[in-house]
Every structure is written in structure tokens, then in C-alpha cells.
Design a protein around this ligand. Structure first.
Ligand code: ZN
Length: 292
């Protein structure tokens, strides 16, 4: 019994060893590949690519940290560049303003000169003049200028009751809208006279009040040379120059007409560019103390 069992065990063991040998020598692909491809005739060659299927792209986790220890890369320092010039308006802007019109005489001459020099200005008009010369008010808007409210009858608004003050403002808004289709967003109170109450009335109409930085005193008949010297000496970036297109002393505005071309030429030569008051505000160059 013991002998038979031992024989049987030996036979099974032999069979297992034999099978293992067969498997190793003929079935093991790793051995075969290594022998036929890697080591051929004593020359080590590159293993041939066996897989004919298209290689699956290796997915790289962009968040994965590299497994190899590498020298830490110093963070790239962001350039301390100045603020983008696109956002910063570096032009030297000034605004020409003409009050008290429109009329059928000087307002037209002024617009002819502005057109010749391709300059846009701001006209603060009086309601009573707008209803007299609605076509001229329309021309102001049509030629690309800004039209603003300068009250109905040029009264000092600080001396009026709130009802009278609101009427001076609202009637003019209405007249300008009827003549031009535009509802003004800027106002200059007659004489630049404002109080908290006047400002409140103006703001209630969704307008800003526009004062000036340089007064030509053209209404007083100031000599052209004196006005020219004053403006050239006192104009800075964000400047708002006060002139008139109607009214004042006899022939006073004729001086304004004479002054205008040389003023445009000489301020242009100093690097200034002319814009409307709303453009000056848009470019963030208007003084907070001047435009409220
Ligand atoms: Zn005025």
C-alpha cells in the first residue's frame, strides 16, 4: 500500500514538473519575446511594438504633483507693470463751453469755426432763446456738440422759491427736448450761482452742475489779447473754459469769435484736445469741485 502510494506520488510529481517545464520553455511569451527581440545575434535592439491597437493616450492629471523630487521652481514674479494704458486716459483734455444762446448770429459763427477745426463743445442754452431759435438748438445737437440747460430766463436760482426754481429748470428741459429730441444731463446755473437747494433741484432732474475753471469774461467786452493770455496761462488738464454765444455788452461776443480760432490753435499746439463736458467726465478728467 505504502509502495503504491509512493509510486503514485512520484508519478504525479514528475508529471507536474514536466508540465511546468513545457509551460516555461514553449508557452512563456515573456521568455520568447525577450529571446527573439531583445537579444538577437548578440546585438541589443529596441523591443518591437507588438500591440497593433492604437495607443491609448495617457491621461495626465494636471493637478497631480510630480512624483520625482525636483528642485523647487521659484514662482514667476508677476511684472509690476503700470496700470493698463487702455484704462488710463492719458490725453490732455479740455472743454470749451458757450452760454446764453442760442441766437441766430454768434451761435452760428461759433459752430462754423468749431466745424472747421473739427472741435466739439458744450452749449448751455437759455429756454427763452431755445423757443425763439429751435433750429439753432437742433443744429448744436446735429453737429455733435453737447447741449446743456442754463435755466429758462437767466435768473439767479439761489434767490428763487423752490417752485420757481424748479420751473426754470423743468421748462428748459422740456423746450430743449422739443427742439432737439435730447434731454440734457448737464446744467450750468446762471452766474454759476448754486446752493445746496439749487444743486438738489438739478440732481432731481438727473443732471450734473458744471462750473468752469477759466472765465474769459468775454461778456464784458474783454480785449481778445487779454482773453487769449488768460486762457493760455490758466488752462490745465480737465479745464472748462467759459465763453458766451449770445448776450453781454455791445459787440462783446464779436471778440469771442475773433478769439476762438487762435485759442483752438494754440491750445492744440500745447497738446490739448477738445472734448465736450460729458466726454471730459467720461474720461475721468473733470474736477470734482467743478462738476457736481
Ligand atoms: Zn449765462
Amino acid at each position: 500500500m505504502r509502495g503504491n502510494r509512493g509510486y503514485r506520488t512520484f508519478t504525479i510529481s514528475c508529471a507536474l514538473v514536466f508540465m511546468a517545464l513545457i509551460t516555461c520553455l514553449s508557452g512563456c511569451t515573456a521568455v520568447r519575446e525577450w529571446s527573439s527581440n531583445v537579444y538577437a545575434g548578440g546585438v541589443i535592439t529596441e523591443p518591437a511594438i507588438q500591440n497593433s491597437e492604437p495607443a491609448t493616450p495617457i491621461k495626465v492629471d494636471p493637478k497631480a504633483k510630480p512624483t520625482l523630487k525636483e528642485e523647487p521652481i521659484p514662482p514667476i514674479e508677476e511684472e509690476s507693470a503700470p496700470p493698463s494704458k487702455d484704462k488710463q486716459d492719458t490725453r490732455k483734455l479740455v472743454a470749451l463751453t458757450f452760454d446764453d444762446g442760442p441766437d441766430n448770429n454768434y451761435t452760428s459763427d461759433i459752430m462754423d469755426i468749431l466745424k472747421e477745426y473739427k472741435v466739439h463743445a458744450t452749449f448751455f442754452v437759455v429756454g427763452l432763446q431755445v423757443v425763439k431759435y429751435p433750429e439753432m438748438a437742433k443744429r448744436i445737437v446735429d453737429e455733435g456738440h453737447t447741449i446743456g440747460n442754463h435755466s429758462w430766463s437767466h435768473k439767479d436760482l439761489t434767490k428763487l422759491t423752490s417752485i420757481a426754481r424748479d420751473e426754470e429748470i423743468n421748462k428748459t428741459q422740456q423746450a430743449i427736448k422739443e427742439a432737439t429730441g435730447i434731454v440734457p444731463e448737464l446744467m450750468r446755473a446762471p452766474y454759476g450761482a448754486i446752493s445746496d437747494a439749487v444743486l438738489k433741484s438739478i440732481h432731481n432732474e438727473n443732471m450734473k452742475h458744471v462750473y468752469w475753471t477759466v472765465d474769459t469774461r468775454d461778456w464784458a467786452g474783454t480785449a481778445v489779447a487779454d482773453m487769449h493770455e488768460n486762457v493760455l496761462a490758466n488752462t490745465d488738464v480737465g479745464g472748462i473754459i467759459l465763453m458766451h454765444s449770445f448776450g453781454g455788452r455791445r459787440n462783446a461776443i464779436a471778440h469771442t469769435i475773433k478769439l476762438l480760432p487762435s485759442l483752438i490753435e494754440d491750445l492744440t499746439a500745447k497738446g490739448y484736445e477738445f472734448v465736450t463736458v460729458d466726454e471730459l467726465i467720461e474720461a475721468d478728467q473733470a474736477y470734482a469741485s467743478i462738476v457736481k
